[in-house]
Design a protein around this ligand. Structure first.
Ligand SMILES: Cc1cc2nc3c(=O)[nH]c(=O)nc-3n(C[C@H](O)[C@H](O)[C@H](O)COP(=O)(O)OP(=O)(O)OC[C@H]3O[C@@H](n4cnc5c(N)ncnc54)[C@H](O)[C@@H]3O)c2cc1C
Ligand SMILES: *[C@@H]1O[C@H](CO)[C@@H](O)[C@H](O)[C@H]1NC(C)=O
Ligand SMILES: *[C@@H]1O[C@H](CO)[C@@H](O)[C@H](O)[C@H]1NC(C)=O
Ligand SMILES: *[C@@H]1O[C@H](CO)[C@@H](O)[C@H](O)[C@H]1NC(C)=O
Ligand SMILES: *[C@@H]1O[C@H](CO)[C@@H](O)[C@H](O)[C@H]1NC(C)=O
Ligand SMILES: *[C@@H]1O[C@H](CO)[C@@H](O)[C@H](O)[C@H]1NC(C)=O
Ligand SMILES: *[C@@H]1O[C@H](CO)[C@@H](O)[C@H](O)[C@H]1NC(C)=O
Length: 609
């Protein structure tokens, strides 16, 4: 966005283009240095006190995240509706627009700052066995600070949603929405599956390094075939990753939905507004507005048509419970008056990620300076234009190699010749921190393994009846042993890459000798189980806390029109509604839910369809 610079340009038009580029470069270099320094000194938050300060009116949406951005801006297309979007965070900024630095962006107030509750079967390598749980507190939500991987999931995922009693959500139903959402840069693919006119740019990341080609070749050698477009019919195989990136910059709900529609007169975007309660009439069980805190003052906003909650899969269930909609026993425990008894937060799914999987290589590309990388970035090129991880992606099923339904995803990060690794929001204990800290990013291959359909599931509860307190996120990672076994089998497949001609060429060797697992035989099954319990984490793809399902589904919170059961004029539109896990990352589903949600709302109120 570079707003300050456009301002300078405006003031003195005698300045020449070279000077402007130099100013831009200097500004970005300094921005990156300052933000990284801030990230290094970041202190983890423990509550929402800063949002509340001293204080203990339209249609509204709470939470301008991925889904909220989409639903709000789509609804604002109806000019005789007034849309109020309340977002707790600030506007997305030049730093979050740089794809490479997303790890560092989480070490700031752009992240809510959650940790899971201490885990019994995993997160052992983290302080107090608490894994980080990053959530974006910023316009565009988690989609403004995420890894930008675009993956839709497969036909079977959505057909399962529909089969579970959610009409309108089968693959054939959602495909037109996926096509409406995107503008796919690549034109050499099967057009049946892809969109080319939507707001969300999708592109293959550049540069396509020799390591990327090598990774694909190595996979082919072990029997994992190359697939050009994993967002089409087939996903089992290895591909180059598609990102939501345009001209090297982040594409998000903020940049590509809200900001372009911001100046519609009927669309009010209010930032730094922390919603503390949904106002619901107890007699009629009808939602009529919200209470929010902005700049130390409490406000109420009233809704004529509907209240739409898009606060994400962690905050939406918390907000519903604080407002009297949730499990009776849980609400009573915190002296919250029960307006409607619903299984909010009772079910929670996530992928499990093993991100610390490193192969040492003999790569020795020269280290690039920040100045050099900024210069390339301004030309829309180079390392800063892509997320630090994630260049290739592979999918396979560890229980049945010929299955078209994968349960493992591997994202591949080639060595990045950058001086130091960016600080990450990880909460590692000192031992693991030291181990990871010694990894030289410019020589190592990094694989990130995700278990896509874990059996473990968790829940989300309240710490107290106050919005000041963080909710309790209990992901119950590895509660089901099968998840450990499946990840272990996924690792076994990945280790075969070392034995390929590519592995030999780059002299790839496993480097995972972490002291806390040294009591097990190196590379034995027990060793891998130990490593997984130490390092794997719930993968930030949290869903299903406000599950969509038919009325007879004991875990359902919303129906297939995303309406909260038992309460009038209230919907949830975010990934919390996802009924069962998807084969891929989950931001694409957030956009889908936003687009489809907006249509459902329009359909209910306008008789035009
Ligand atoms: C580090 C990281 C990397 C990721 N990488 C990828 C990736 O590469 N690809 C992918 O597909 N997915 C990725 N994800 C996941 C994906 O980005 C999220 O699942 C997705 O953004 C969720 O969208 P949402 O709209 O449901 O919620 P969010 O985007 O989280 O939006 C919720 C919004 O509501 C606001 N809000 C919450 N409570 C309140 C309140 N009380 N008052 C006002 N506002 C409130 C929040 O500030 C936020 O803006 C990643 C996640 C993380 C953390
Ligand atoms: C594209 O996919 C559709 C549906 O699978 C198929 O019928 C069609 O033949 C494909 N087109 C090409 C050019 O491969
Ligand atoms: C937008 O909504 C906020 C919160 O209700 C209100 O304070 C503000 O005045 C509104 N802005 C406009 C331009 O209507
Ligand atoms: C790595 O080492 C091999 C020999 O073991 C050599 O052929 C290859 O060129 C080296 N690769 C790089 C990138 O230096
Ligand atoms: C990391 O590896 C690069 C490339 O081989 C090398 O130039 C650099 O000195 C290494 N850094 C450290 C801290 O060892
Ligand atoms: C593995 O998957 C293939 C393809 O779906 C299927 O035909 C086969 O029966 C499966 N094998 C087992 C053992 O489940
Ligand atoms: C390959 O890597 C191993 C372990 O890092 C090292 O001991 C060995 O010398 C390397 N071989 C070559 C040919 O570089």
């Amino acid at each position: 966005m570079l707003r300050p610079l456009l301002f300078i340009l405006f003031l003195s038009h005698s300045i020449c283009i070279d000077d402007v580029n130099q100013l831009k470069a200097k500004y970005l270099e300094e921005l990156i240095e300052t933000e990284v320094k801030k990230a290094q000194n970041y202190k983890v938050r423990s509550d929402n006190k800063d949002l509340l300060g001293d204080v203990e009116n339209s249609d509204q949406i709470q939470g301008g995240g991925s889904a909220g951005s989409v639903v709000a801006s789509r609804l604002s297309e109806i000019i005789n509706w007034k849309i109020l979007l309340l977002e707790a965070g600030d506007i997305n900024d030049d730093f979050t627009d740089i794809p490479y630095v997303f790890d560092a962006a989480a070490l700031s107030d752009r992240n809510w700052g959650y940790l899971t509750v201490p885990q019994k079967n995993g997160c052992f390598g983290r302080k107090n066995r608490q894994c980080p749980y990053i959530r974006g507190k910023i316009l565009g939500g988690t989609g403004s600070i995420n890894g930008l991987v675009y993956s839709r999931g497969i036909k079977r995922d959505f057909d399962k949603w529909a089969e579970a009693g959610n009409p309108g959500w089968s693959w054939d139903d959602v495909l037109p929405y996926f096509k409406r959402i995107e503008n796919f840069e690549s034109k050499s693919i099967n057009f049946t599956y892809r969109g080319f006119k939507g707001p969300l740019n999708t592109a293959y990341v550049k540069p396509n390094s020799r390591h990327q080609k090598a990774f694909i070749q190595a996979n082919e050698e072990i029997g994992i075939p190359y697939i050009q477009d994993y967002n089409a019919e087939k996903v089992s195989g290895v591909s180059n990753i598609q990102h939501n990136i345009q001209n090297g910059r982040r594409v998000s709900g903020a940049n590509n939905y809200v900001i372009p529609s911001w100046n519609r007169f009927n669309f009010n975007v209010t930032l730094k507004a922390f919603v503390t309660k949904i106002l619901i009439n107890k007699e009629t069980k009808t939602a009529y507005g919200v209470e929010f805190v902005k700049e130390n003052k409490k406000f109420r906003a009233h809704a004529k048509l509907e209240v739409i909650v898009s606060a994400g899969s962690v905050n939406s269930p918390q907000l519903l419970m604080l407002s009297g909609v949730g499990p009776k026993s849980e609400l009573q425990k915190h002296n919250i008056e029960v307006i409607h008894d619903l299984p909010v937060g009772e079910y929670m799914k996530d992928h499990i990620g093993f991100l610390g999987f490193y192969f040492k290589s003999n790569n020795s590309d020269p280290i690039l300076s920040n100045a050099q990388l900024v210069k390339e970035f301004l030309e829309g090129e180079g390392l800063y234009t892509s997320p630090s991880h994630y260049r290739c992606i592979s999918y396979y099923n560890v229980r049945n190699k010929s299955s078209p339904n994968p349960n493992i995803e591997i994202a591949f990060a080639p060595p990045h010749p950058i001086k130091s690794t960016l600080p990450q929001f990880v909460n590692y204990n000192d031992e693991i921190k030291e181990f990871i800290g010694n990894i030289n990013q410019s020589t190592y291959w990094n694989l990130q393994l995700f278990l896509l359909h874990p059996k473990s599931s968790g829940f989300l509860r309240l710490k107290s009846s106050s919005p000041k307190d963080f909710p309790l996120i209990d992901t119950r990672v590895f509660e089901d042993q099968d998840d450990l076994e499946d990840m272990y089998r996924g690792i076994e497949v990945a280790l075969k890459l070392l034995e390929t001609s590519v592995g030999k060429y780059f002299n790839l060797t496993l480097d995972l000798n972490i002291p806390s697992c040294s009591h097990e035989k190196y590379k034995s099954k027990a060793f891998w189980y130990c490593v997984l319990r130490q390092i794997a984490l719930p993968a930030y793809h949290l869903s299903s806390t406000t599950k969509m399902g038919p009325r007879n589904d004991p875990l359902a919170v919303v129906n297939s029109k995303l309406k909260v059961y038992g309460i009038k004029n209230l919907r949830v539109v975010d990934v919390g509604i996802v009924p069962s896990t998807v084969t891929g990352h989950i931001n694409a589903q957030a956009f889908l839910i936003g687009e489809k949600g907006a249509d459902l709302i329009k359909l209910d109120h306008l008789k035009i369809y």
